[in-house]
Ligand binder design. Sequence first.
Ligand SMILES: *Cc1c(COP(=O)(O)O)cnc(C)c1O
Length: 375
Amino acid sequence: MISFNVPPYVGNEEKYIKEAIESRKICGDGGFTKKCNAKLEEMTGAKKALITTSGTSALEMASLLAGIKEGDEVIMPSYTFVSTANAFVLRGAKIVFVDIRPDTMNIDENLIENAVTPLTKAIVPVHYAGVSCEMDKILEIGEKHGLSVIEDAAQGVNAFYKGRALGTMGDFGCFSFHETKNYSMGEGGAILINNEKDVERAEIIREKGTNRSKFFRGQVDKYTWVDLGSSYLQSELNCAYLYAQIEDPELINQNRLRAWDMYRELLSPLRDNGRLELPTIPEGCVHNAHMFYIKLKDIDERSAMIKHLRKYEIGSVFHYIPLHSSPAGQRFGRFAGEDVFTTRESERLLRLPLYYGLRLDEVEFICEKVKEFFK
Ligand SMILES: *Cc1c(COP(=O)(O)O)cnc(C)c1O
């Protein structure tokens, strides 16, 4: 059996969790949290990185930090995970969905400006599969209209756009360390703060709206409630698990890239024969092998492929019912322009197994079975 996903485990996780237990500090902001924050800053060059309880809570923090309020509009693709939208709906915003590009499944940067209205406050590009959105154009639109740019880089840890780490180009970047992501702590995430002016407020929001971080640094003599906030601090036990994986991020990265490259090599004859489509990595993008997907003819062919692979106990999955067609998406959002690609492409996409430790002979086996389907 080849599962679709196996949570990453590189070897030092237990040792570090034991260290956290023995340090007699297992709540947030202990030694491992600080090590993870510093490591993420080193990997990305971000001004400030703060570990959170999830990618979802990092997005919620970004929404608070961007000052999103009732009646604001926030632009994003419809082809994304629900948390991208929920974080802003929770603050009373209306979601404005924009179509995607079929080559990367990312928001079509050329359609964003048409969706801007006087109510627009933010653009949320989602770097699907760890492949960057066209950020030069998106940042230019943000600048021109005075909008916050919040990168949903949940899938984009250790991926780059023209030499810049995903998550560091907008005002805020959000990472996820869910067990299905490249680096994991079970449940967890991080927010990257890219402007110095937002750092202090980010620490306050993350500490339930108190100035406790300042208190611990001895900058104030008592701590108190100063702003909105919630509990976005991650446990030290989870941070110890994550630290083992990001200590040398290339261990996981290179292993995943090898499997990804092999998938592409072995499936390219099928692409050349027009049987299926493979992911595109635009020039200037360095991806992190977060995902390997194929695109079939249509939803029926995809269902048949899933069934075919299941016969050989190969787990393949699809995801994202486009948000604009979901009950909550209809209530809280609208689609700007025409849905040319979002629905059509989402129905054709199928993800193949990809995780740290997936063996190359397993990739070969999977590709053989994909080929067999077309015989
Ligand atoms: C995984 C993911 C999230 C949410 O992250 P969690 O850590 O599961 O809360 C948000 N957006 C995208 C695009 C994701 O893939």
